[in-house]
Write a protein that binds this ligand. Structure first.
Ligand SMILES: Cc1cc2nc3c(=O)[nH]c(=O)nc-3n(C[C@H](O)[C@H](O)[C@H](O)COP(=O)(O)OP(=O)(O)OC[C@H]3O[C@@H](n4cnc5c(N)ncnc54)[C@H](O)[C@@H]3O)c2cc1C
Ligand code: SF4
Length: 342
């Protein structure tokens, strides 16, 4: 049986109380939201904080609403709430689909969007019991000084494996952050860094309080698709998020494509405006976008799936996603539409 280490569980009622606790116990504390990732990780001895600060009892972190031309989602909103909320489904159907594709209903009822944004990176050699990791020899990310993925490597390349951040980045979302020192906001596109040990620009004493997305002035089409081994319950081994402003008849004004589950941070594919802006989504343009994505994506051996296959799948799934937008009009974010990808 995997046992948890002893810790003190704090249940603050306000954000101020929570950030004060994080400051008071700095170095020996972690926030816990749904606990769907943190608790298994603690059982594996990957985190052993002496204090946990529970976020679910803090009213300020709950709720999904339209405010000042933006959709605001509280960090403690559950994945089920995000997946079923009518505002999310109306404005950003693919975000609802990204949340709906996470794990299974029990985990989505418990897990939060804040926890998803702050999800720890994953690796074959890391998400294992203490016994397993010790038998192999620990690694850079926890307890050791070598990387088993990149031999001789000095940097952890564990995979960013959360489903909502790629879609949120494609939608230009911003995260609100609070600490005992004050509040700040960061575009989600700048939030992640390519270091698998701690892949976010978030100090351990800071909390994500909300994520905001500007409501589109022009109709956009959004689409999220994930490749996984089991369709029922699984982390992505490749994920593709697409947000496009399309002018009839199918002329692209702008396109944002974010690909993840390969390295430590989601990758926004660059140079797409040059390839596609102002053009119709013809087979040639689709092929050029797929090739651009292929050139920029280089998976590593951090998941037990062949890297050559994962890389080969990048243009395949990008092509399919774009065809989906073109042929079926899927992912259109027109009011009341509520469709995304599957
Ligand atoms: C069987 C299984 C399958 C899963 N499948 C998927 C999947 O397909 N896709 C996917 O994306 N995830 C998956 N998960 C992981 C997890 O369930 C989700 O990512 C979930 O959204 C995590 O949210 P949480 O509230 O439970 O986070 P927690 O476990 O509470 O926290 C996760 C991390 O975030 C930190 N944290 C939490 N909230 C905040 C905050 N507001 N500010 C700062 N730090 C914070 C915690 O300290 C911790 O480090 C799966 C988990 C399991 C057990
Ligand atoms: S990528 Fe390397 S350092 Fe990071 S978790 Fe995997 S084996 Fe450890």
């Amino acid at each position: 049986m995997l046992r948890l280490h002893p810790y003190v569980y704090h249940r603050p009622k306000s954000l101020k109380e929570a950030v004060d606790l994080l400051r008071e116990h700095a170095g020996d504390v972690l926030p816990i939201a749904g606990g769907t990732d943190l608790v298994p990780n603690m059982k594996h001895g990957l985190f052993t904080p002496g204090h946990l600060v529970a976020l679910k009892g803090i009213d300020e972190l709950h709720g999904i609403e339209e405010r000042d031309g933006e959709l605001l989602i509280g960090a403690a909103a559950t994945l089920t709430e995000v997946a079923s909320n009518y505002l999310v489904r109306e404005h950003f159907p693919a975000l609802a689909e990204a949340a709906a594709g996470i794990a299974h209903p029990m985990i989505r009822n418990q897990g939060t969007i804040g926890g998803n944004i702050c999800l720890d990176t994953r690796c074959t050699y890391y998400n294992q019991t203490y016994f397993w990791r010790k038998a192999l020899g620990f690694c850079l990310k926890k307890d050791g000084d070598v990387c088993h993925v990149v031999k001789g490597g000095t940097k952890c390349v564990a995979a960013h494996s959360a489903d909502t951040p790629p879609m949120l980045i494609a939608l230009g979302a911003t995260v609100d952050i609070a600490s005992a020192e004050g509040a700040r906001s960061v575009p989600l596109a700048d939030f992640f860094v390519g270091d698998g040990i701690w892949n976010r620009r978030l100090e351990p004493h800071e909390l994500v309080t909300a994520v905001r997305i500007r409501l589109p002035e022009k109709p956009i089409r959004t689409l999220y698709t994930k490749v996984r081994e089991r369709k029922s319950v699984d982390f992505p081994i490749l994920s593709i998020a697409l947000a496009a402003t399309v002018r009839d008849p199918d002329v692209l004004e702008s396109i944002d494509l974010v690909i993840s589950a390969l390295g430590a941070k989601p990758r926004a594919i660059g140079g797409l405006d040059k390839i596609a802006a102002g053009k119709r989504l013809t087979a040639e343009v689709i092929e050029a976008i797929a090739e651009q994505a292929h050139r920029q994506c280089h998976p590593l051996d951090n998941i037990i799936v062949e890297i050559e296959w994962r890389r080969a799948m990048v243009p395949v799934y990008v092509r399919r996603a774009l065809q989906d937008l073109l042929e079926n009009g899927r992912g259109k974010a027109a009011p009341g539409d509520g469709r995304g990808s599957d």
